[in-house]
Design a binder for this molecule. Structure first.
Ligand code: IPE
Ligand code: IPE
Ligand code: MG
Length: 243
């Protein structure tokens, strides 16, 4: 950071380790410009590079991006097809750059309904970047928090774990995010005050931040404002604050 930046973005006393991003409002962004919804989704991918750079700069180590929910299959077929194409194109065009910048790409959700042509580049991107440690980016694609809990329960039953041995930790370990710390901050763009099935277990004690900005306009400054708001929150985790 240079001096002007330090004035505009003073170093924050606390920074969330893991930030979840509910990237909402692409359709409304496009509609406001008289563009098709898919143009909004493409614009939504464009701003990711800025967000990744800002995450590294401000000291965030893990980002989880909500890209496609288990409920988003209920959208018109042409939009769903377009979103799948955007995922494939983005992987193809950006993976080398992401790798060079030290991004470790991961996926959470259910890949089974995706075509082989899409699963293959996803798996190779994960493999290629698995040793990178500058920024972990979890992509939640075909992700649903309830589905994730159902799958965890199925795993636990399949393993024959006795009921009395099942703890909160057991469930957490069997979620897609097993081993990843819970999100400290979940940011939702476009003003909606709901969770929409995103990290419903892991977000139990996350701080939420909602901005009216549509996702394609989310930038470094917006990110900083969210982190600044987080730094002023008092996280009590059910306890009484002392002092
Ligand atoms: C978020 O933008 C992206 C996805 C859900 C895939 P939307 O497509 O939900 O945009 P709005 O909410 O209709 O504006
Ligand atoms: C949540 O946005 C899912 C993603 C951002 C991928 P939606 O637009 O699907 O959520 P709802 O339908 O407004 O709750
Ligand atoms: Mg939406």
């Amino acid at each position: 950071m240079n001096n002007t930046d330090l004035k505009k973005y003073p170093v924050l006393p606390v920074v969330p380790q893991h930030v979840g991003l509910i990237m909402d409002g692409n359709g409304r962004w496009a509609h406001a410009r008289g563009l098709p919804r898919l143009a909004g989704h493409r614009a939504g991918v464009q701003c990711l590079e800025t967000v990744f750079r800002a995450a590294v700069e401000f000291g965030v180590s893990i980002l989880t991006l909500y890209a496609f929910s288990t409920e988003n299959w209920n959208r018109p077929e042409s939009e769903v097809r377009g979103l799948l194409r955007i995922l494939g194109d983005t992987l193809q065009n950006e993976i080398d750059k992401l790798d060079e910048h030290g991004v470790q790409l991961r996926h959470i959700g259910d890949l089974t309904p995706l075509s082989e042509a899409l699963k293959r580049p996803i798996c190779s991107a994960i493999e290629l970047t698995k040793e990178n440690d500058r920024l972990i980016v979890n992509v939640a694609f075909n992700y649903g928090g309830r589905r994730e809990i159902v799958e965890a329960v199925r795993d636990i039953v399949r393993l024959g774990i006795p009921p009395e041995q099942i703890s909160e930790e057991t469930i957490a370990e069997h979620l897609y995010t097993g081993g990843v710390p819970d999100p400290d901050l979940i940011i939702r763009t476009s003003g909606e005050m709901r969770v929409s099935n995103f990290m419903i277990w892991q977000g139990a004690y996350a701080e939420y931040y909602v901005t009216p900005t549509f996702w394609p306009d989310f930038d470094r400054d917006e990110f900083y404002q969210a982190l600044l708001a987080f730094s002023h929150r008092k996280r009590r985790f059910g306890e009484v604050e002392i002092g």
